[in-house]
Ligand binder design. Sequence first.
Ligand code: GAL
Length: 977
Amino acid sequence: MRNRPEDAPLPYYEDPSPGFGDLPPRAWYPASDAARLPLDGTWDFRLSETAEGGDVAFTSDAFTPEPDAGWGPLTVPGHWVLQGHGAPAYTNVRYPFPVDPPRVPTENPTGDHRRVFDLPDDWPEDGEAVLRFDGVESCARVWLNGRELGVFQGSRLPHEFAVGHLLRRSGNVLAVRVHQWSAGSYLEDQDMWWLPGIFREVTLLHRPPGAVEDHFVHAGFDHTTGEGVLRVDSSPAGRVLVPELGVDVATGDEVRVPVEPWTAETPRLYAGELVTAGERVPLRIGFRTVVVEDGLFRVNGRRVLFRGVNRHEFHPERGRALDQATMREDILLMKRHNINAVRTSHYPPHPAFLRLCDELGLWVIDECDLETHGFCDFEDWRGNPVADERFTPALVDRARRMVERDKNHPAVVIWSLGNECGAGDGLSAMARWIRERDPERAVHYENDPTCRDSDFYSRMYAPHAEVEAIGRRAEEPLADPELDARRRSLPFILCEYAHAMGNGPGGLAEYQRLFREHERCQGGFVWEWIDHGFPKTTPEGVPYFGYGGDFGEELHDGNFVCDGLLFPDRTPSPGLLEFRKVIEPVLMAADRAAGVLEVTNDQDFADTSGLAFEWAYEVAGEPVAGGPLTVPPLGPGATARVPLPSRPGTDRPGAGVWTFRALLADDTPWAPRGHLVAWAQLATDERAVEPAPPASGAAPVRSDDGIALGPGRFDAVSGALLRLGDLAVPHAPRLDVWRAPTDNDLGASWQDDERHGQSWRALGLDRMRHRLDGVELTDDGLVVRARVAPAAAEVGLATTYHWRALDDALLLSVTVLPEGPWRTTLPKVGLRLGLPAAYGAVTWFGGGPGEAYPDTRQAAALGRYRADVDALQTPYVRPQENGARADVRWAELAADVGPALRVTAVDEPFFLTARRWTPEHLDAAEHTSDLVPSDTVWVHLDHAQHGIGSQSCGPGPLAQYHLRPREFRFALRLAAR
Ligand code: GAL
């Protein structure tokens, strides 16, 4: 316990050193046989504008919190800014106050919290008591029964005070003053909302005489013998009982017993107990050994591949005050989407989350509560706290609080020093302390390119080519040959990649290929798990999610806070579904020529005995036959070649598609039996599209009411399609190249590479004009020529629409020829047409059920789907291009009455998009509530789309997914049925 010097030059909240008055950190556990009293619930609360604004009279017994004096109820745990006092604020890198460490602004929102409590009747008379705070942002001063206990900083870390001598049987007055800003805020510049408050539990813990002060479970696994190696250190000493293993040993003694090891795939835990003179503490022991050797990160002797995500704690109503149900939901969602690892960006999570990771099985990089990113804006990171020795004790204190709290979790295999702090000796001091205290785990830090404090070469957002070079250990060298040689010998991870902001991320499959090809590349962690959007409503009562700038912030970074695989309400985004497919733990590939299905177990530890395999055969999207598929149990890494079932006979016309599935054979703690784990398809006819049908040869006829061609009626002057049979077409098809730029199209301001969305807009692709160059009636159809180009530009697209009559349909062939010096890519190339609003029912045969773009199409399965237009929209928090269905062979748009429009692919499948607003409206919208349905269903039939990539923070689409202007030719068949 440290005392605060009398002559401290700065107020405690500006003091960069660790707090005072609190106890040394120790292992966290949720329960033992010692009594505990949760102090959650309704507290009294008052907000002041400055740190010194309110007096401290509220700490005394005699005080009565009066509403007239600004006191009211507040839920603890909770953030006051989410309970009607002030507002949340979002910045990414920039500190939202003048940077002058360790000083903070005078305007320093300060929340006084007060809670009166009685001890339960059965609270023991003897022993001590400890008051624990699991998380308070950012600085707290604490009093019990009028006596000051101390002060702490370190928001996402635990702090405890000894309080036994102050407790009364009844009428205890706990008073906590919380300052939003403190010296600690300089260490907490994570890219997230600033959310002050007591946001994790406050608990009173009874400490009986002889209770456990601290304990450290060392449970290794010797993969050469299959033995677990167990030693539990404890103060005071006691005994360790693991009945299932027949273990009953003294603390400090090592035992070796045959065990099943713990891995994220096989999270085997053994229940045990630590018994000291005063307490029985339940243990959950997972045996596993972590090493970095031969340039690889290994657990239990095997290389591990991280299929990971970065997870912030976020709940749309409660901010970072997460309940256990939400934590569990996060993990179940992860496991069900084949995710096997979490980086706790960028602070230790609620400790209950780690217990759930132990139980359900996830590899965890536990990251310290540390980021000083805002200093990167100053020359050479001037002033950076990690290079300022005044902060070093606080840095080591943070490392220590994390390690001591979380050291008994088998799931935690790597400690991370923090995020984006540049380089500095403070980081080395943290790493030294951690290595000394816990040599049995690896240490990670990304932001110092020399990797001097890290056991990994770690990068964020490295493009594929760089990852490939690193995979070959052929990266650009560091200037210092010794550091270079060391770094080159390290395993590689992408601690962040695939920026999941808005539509995307693209390019996941290509990263995964690199991770499979290069053993040094041990996977990565997608940025990030969830969009941090807060619910709001328009004055008209329309709900939407708000982001940075929606809460009156002076500085903010807009929707950069919404870059997750889940929407704020935890609905999976298309990006998560794509990720799930790309990281499947079982790979299946059908080889039609050889008549076999190759099945590979891509897990690191588990065999496939928990999976059941099945096949299905569909023709034109209708099931024809199916059944179980016999696949022998495969060990990790093993492959089997299974004969394909014989092709079921059917006289049904259309494309035949095989689907192979791996499902859970039994219920697991994270998903029920039958849950889909992996799948693959094989089409009997790869393309399954029709060749160009022979035209009927009917010639167009001009009459008083326009031009007639087969079932089509066209405007005599513009050549625009007016009717197709009995179907009126209010907006005739015409060339369209615009899409509402995605966050990934727009890119980030610091990106050096071309930002395609910016170039598109600069050129004016959002305001293309269509000049009619001619309407010509020929022997075999109607030819309409146009030049499509934006104002002020010399480039254009010479476009020919060639209409021909088929028996009951029209064949539209389109040719697009770029003119002039095009320097940008195109967002897309296709047709836009408009139907009456009643045409809301969409059926298609093609990729689905969800959206897909050229580099985000792995999860799209070939099939026959139906959806309402409204359900085809993906509600990205900031509206942008979305909802395309890829690989479409045919689509039908229908209304309750009147004929449907059927569009059939000719030669090549197309992308189908249908929405109740135009791309221009989508582009102009800032929130989902800005999207108002029009009287038209806009239908987009796209021949090609530009890729999606990940340039909102990382690399853009790979070159093969760039849509460069060139000659495009495509055709569609249109019919009214
Ligand atoms: C990284 C950072 C994350 C987040 C991400 C972009 O640089 O570590 O916290 O800001 O970029 O969303």
